[in-house]
Design a protein around this ligand. Structure first.
Ligand code: PLP
Length: 432
């Protein structure tokens, strides 16, 4: 049995869970909904203590992982579960920028995050560290794929029992990339929203720590590190514009919170960062609400190849809408064909192979540039949140085949000639 830690006795800088709607406060336990108004709970910090504790120097002296920001995360221990998550590359994307006709473009590359190659490693590292503090010995999640990978891997590292729930139609790479760590995997006949509903019931009956249900306030704070890292990697300043994918909307709202906290602590200068969101047309309830100027979300039934972001009833959708509007950003959707083209475009220009969520984000970036909604001079950061090796079926049939030859020089020369002819034909088709 792991020992539960009393946050008042340790290095904790967070003080309570606070309802985002009515402001009611709760002890920082495994809770996620307000019992008065059913609003979501969020972690509240002691910012005056934080401003004494956190400086650029103290952060720079920390580990090259999300834990360099430990005082800004909702864990009490000085010994968190650190599997090297975070501090992923921020890449200046000159070739992609030129192709799109803009000047200052960066890719935040969480396709190479540790240990499971998606941004979910951030939220899970935080959630499982907190789960251990709260005394949970079994951890769980409702997942569209990446979260199952992260929860299973990091639970294995931490020696926690693990049971994950996924929709039964996920990509092979996501399923295999979960099973390998040896958790119990429950594949549910149904979409993510149905899986999530089932998990809420299980959370009530089994006393497990569900990273994105009863531990959600802690879990979601992990996404703030995507904001912190970008600000730090830009030389302690905020970008002008960010583009990020939206599933539940949580990641989007927490990048915003991360930037705001850095301003509040005097780590960066204040400025309005424009927030633009990306969804796949086959599951775009937030983009639809944005387009129709509604301030409520109408749930949809997902039908897209971008399964990792296919959440039909997004918990943080209204908060994401609000941020896009008040920062003069946009929320756009792209179709599945554009998603595939987005994946190829990023691979061919920057050497980064992303999954369907990243394809959605790149295709949305392109659409925003073409519509004049991104200024060519703006410092724009695009968040690439997952790795393409996990969603290979999405691009199969769209990327050609290897040239298969005999082990002879003339066989090679003929193949090369053939491929050049094919290239010319393709160019002729483009020119016609
Ligand atoms: C989960 C996920 C997201 C979005 O997460 P939310 O915080 O729910 O909006 C984006 N990209 C990838 C690859 C994901 O797995």
């Amino acid at each position: 049995m792991t020992q539960a830690i009393d946050p008042t006795q340790t290095a904790a800088t967070f003080t309570a869970l606070k309802c985002k709607e009515c402001g009611a406060e709760y002890e920082p336990k495994a809770l996620h909904v307000c019992e008065y108004c059913f609003g979501p709970l969020e972690v509240a910090y002691d910012y005056s203590a934080l401003s004494r504790l956190v400086t650029r120097q103290s952060i720079e002296a920390g580990p090259k992982s999300i834990w360099r920001y430990r005082p800004l995360l909702p864990v009490a221990t000085n010994n968190p579960i650190d599997v090297g998550t975070g501090f992923t590359p921020l890449v200046k994307a000159n070739r992609l920028a030129r192709r799109l006709g803009i000047k200052n473009l960066y890719i935040k590359n969480d396709a190479v995050n540790m240990p499971t190659l998606s941004f979910k490693d951030r939220v899970v590292s935080v959630a499982l560290t907190r789960a251990r503090e709260l005394g949970f010995t079994t951890v769980s999640c409702a997942s569209t794929g990446n979260l199952a990978n992260s929860t299973a891997a990091i639970a294995a590292h931490a020696g926690l029992d693990c049971c994950v729930f996924i929709p039964s139609d996920l990509e092979a790479g996501k399923v295999l990339g979960t099973l390998i760590y040896g958790p119990t995997v429950i594949a549910v006949h149904g979409n993510y929203d149905q899986v999530n509903r089932l998990c809420s019931e299980v959370a009530n009956t089994h006393g497990w720590g569900f990273v994105n249900i009863n531990l959600r306030p802690y879990y979601s704070e992990g996404s703030k590190t995507l904001g912190y890292e970008v600000a730090e990697q830009l030389g302690w300043q905020l970008p002008d514009h960010i583009v990020a994918p939206l599933a539940s909307g949580s990641l989007f709202t927490k990048i915003y919170k991360g930037f705001q906290e850095f301003v509040k602590l005097g780590l960066v200068e204040d400025k309005t960062v424009r927030f633009s969101g990306a969804q796949a047309e086959g599951c775009s309830p937030i983009a639809q609400a944005f387009r129709e100027e509604r301030d409520f979300i109408t749930p949809v039934k997902p039908n897209t190849i971008a399964k990792s972001i296919a959440i039909g009833n997004p918990a943080d959708g209204v908060y994401a809408l609000d941020i896009a509007r008040k920062t003069n950003g946009n929320i756009e959707s792209v179709n599945d064909q554009e998603v595939v083209e987005g994946i190829k475009l990023l691979a061919e220009t920057e050497g980064i192979f992303t999954e369907t969520a990243g394809g959605t984000t790149i295709a949305t970036l392109k659409k925003l540039v073409e519509a004049g909604k991104i200024d060519s001079e703006e410092t724009t950061v695009v968040y690439i949140t997952g790795n393409g090796l996990k969603t290979q079926e999405a691009v199969q049939g769209y990327i050609g085949e290897p040239l298969t030859i005999e082990p002879k020089l003339d066989s090679f020369e003929r193949a090369l000639e053939r491929s050049r002819t094919l290239d010319r034909l393709e160019w002729q088709q483009v020119l016609v």
